[in-house]
Design a protein around this ligand. Structure first.
Ligand code: UD1
Ligand code: CA
Length: 457
């Protein structure tokens, strides 16, 4: 038995009041359409009906999902008709076709599989996923004749009595392909929204006394996203689920409600995630770290046992145990070896920092290579940019850069060298030397006495 899968994703999502196509809104850091693709990626042939800003949507499709363009969005029935008439569909060799909406990111692959197995085992004309919900408003209502589904009534076409029905249509179906091909052309748009409704096929099946099957699932797996507040509901519930999973794996969360984690993030057991922490992109937190409070980490690896508090990290690799923050900003290409400390108001970028090196406060280290055990004191910076080009600073092991030093790159500080506080270093400093660049101090004796106001004399 061959099964094809289709995601309907041509709609603009008018109720979102956003220029971005609805299916591209981010849910835990991934576009909504990704969730639909994951739920049906195991099917034989896969299509996505795109329309509104189709080029943007196509960019987010996995290779095996073939886009079919629906130029005008005349309704869900029209979207499916467009697919069936398309060149992409000519060689489709399936027996059944699963159709899902692009705006229901909570859907589960398990529900789709159950829908397929119930539909194919009984050779029905169509199977449908429904749910009993506390607030059915906005959804199509399931009308039954005994236990059999007889039709679906959209909210805008419904009577008051029908509006009280709380079993709703998830928008997920499994159609017998022949039934679909034979009947889709008969759909019309005689309804309140003047749209061609896919849901009208249910009544056609019922009137022709064809077998159908309902798979009922729980309310929270079918939620559709039509507005920003529904997007938030869906994201919140996925977020809670994800954090619960991390907790089951041995990660501590101080305050899940203020913690934001992308699906792509990996956290090892024994780590403690404190309040108001954002972990995004390809981030990995290794064992026994403390992250937060008030920390943002994107696309970074945090080595075992590190602590990162009140800090912002993006594109950083901490290979060993690092001590970061409070108030540190580690930027792209910062690579920290074992035992590195980066403290308050220090910034690093595109730099390698060797084992045991310290940048404890008020510093900028950009385009630099610090070997082991370098001390980079308060107020010192690498002057890496001459207004046109970036240059590198090399600081060899055991070097001590005093406070308030400007290292004007390209420049090298030799092994074990020392730089006197307040120096502007423009020439290489040999190993073990003292590099110092400042005027001799002058003390003026009795100066303060001479400055006394006249009436005191
Ligand atoms: C639809 C169902 C409703 C169900 C609900 C579940 C119909 C007529 N109604 O309503 O019974 O309860 O989903 O969430 O099917 N789309 C296209 N082309 C179009 C129109 C829509 O591709 O011409 C796509 C949209 O991008 C969306 C999906 O189809 O991903 C559903 O469309 P939407 O307008 O959200 O339908 P609902 O009003 O929610
Ligand atoms: Ca919808």
């Amino acid at each position: 038995m061959k099964i094809s899968g289709v995601i309907l994703a041509a709609g603009k999502g008018t109720r979102m009041k956003s220029d971005l196509p609805k299916v591209l809104h981010s849910v835990l850091g991934k576009p909504m359409i990704t969730y639909g693709q994951n739920a049906i990626k195991h099917l034989n042939n896969k299509y996505v009906v795109v329309g509104h800003q189709s080029d943007l949507v196509i960019k987010e499709l996995a290779n095996e999902f073939k886009p079919v363009i629906q130029e005008e969005q005349l309704g869900t029935g029209h979207a499916v008709l467009t697919l069936l008439n398309s060149n992409e569909f000519i060689n489709d060799d399936s027996d059944y076709i699963v159709i899902i909406p692009g705006d229901a990111p909570l859907l589960l692959k398990e529900s789709i599989d159950e829908l397929i197995s119930e539909s194919t085992k009984r050779s029905v004309a169509l199977g449908i996923i429904t749910a009993e919900v506390s607030n059915p408003s906005g959804y199509g209502r399931i009308i039954k004749d005994g236990n059999t589904i007889s039709k679906i009534v959209e909210e805008s076409d419904s009577s008051e009595a029908e509006q009280k029905i709380n079993e709703i249509n998830s928008g997920m179906y499994c159609f017998n392909k022949s039934f679909l091909l034979e009947n889709i052309k008969t759909l019309n748009s005689n309804n309140e929204q003047n749209e061609i409704y896919l849901t009208d096929l249910i009544e056609i099946a019922f009137q022709n006394k064809l077998d159908t099957v309902i798979v009922q699932v729980s309310e929270d797996t079918i939620k559709g996203v039509n507005s920003m507040s529904q997007l938030n509901e869906v994201e919140t519930s996925l977020r809670e689920e994800l954090i619960t999973l991390h907790m089951e794996n041995g990660v501590y969360f101080q305050d899940p409600s203020s913690t934001y984690i992308d699906k792509s993030v990996l956290i090892k057991a024994g780590s403690r995630i404190m309040a108001n922490t954002h972990l995004t992109g390809k981030t990995e937190i290794h064992d026994d770290c403390v992250v937060g409070p008030n920390t943002m980490i994107n696309d970074s690896t945090i080595g075992e046992g590190s602590s990162v508090i009140f800090s912002v990290l993006d594109g950083v690799t901490i290979k060993g145990t690092g001590t970061i923050g409070p108030y540190a900003h580690l930027r792209k290409g910062s690579i920290l070896e074992e035992g590195v400390k980066v403290g308050a108001f220090a910034e690093t970028k595109n730099s390698n920092v060797g084992s045991g090196s310290k940048i404890p406060h008020l510093s900028y280290v950009g385009d630099a290579d610090l070997e082991e055990n370098v001390n980079f004191s308060a107020g010192s910076i690498t002057v890496n940019y001459d207004g046109k080009n970036k240059h590198r600073t090399e600081i060899k092991k055991d070097a001590f850069v005093g406070s308030d030093v400007m290292l004007v790159a390209p420049v090298t500080v030799g092994e074990g060298a020392m730089i006197g506080a307040g120096s502007v270093i423009t020439k290489d400093v040999p190993p073990k030397a003292l590099g110092i660049e400042r005027n001799q101090q002058k003390n003026i004796d009795g100066y303060m006495d001479r400055k006394k106001p006249k009436d005191e004399n």
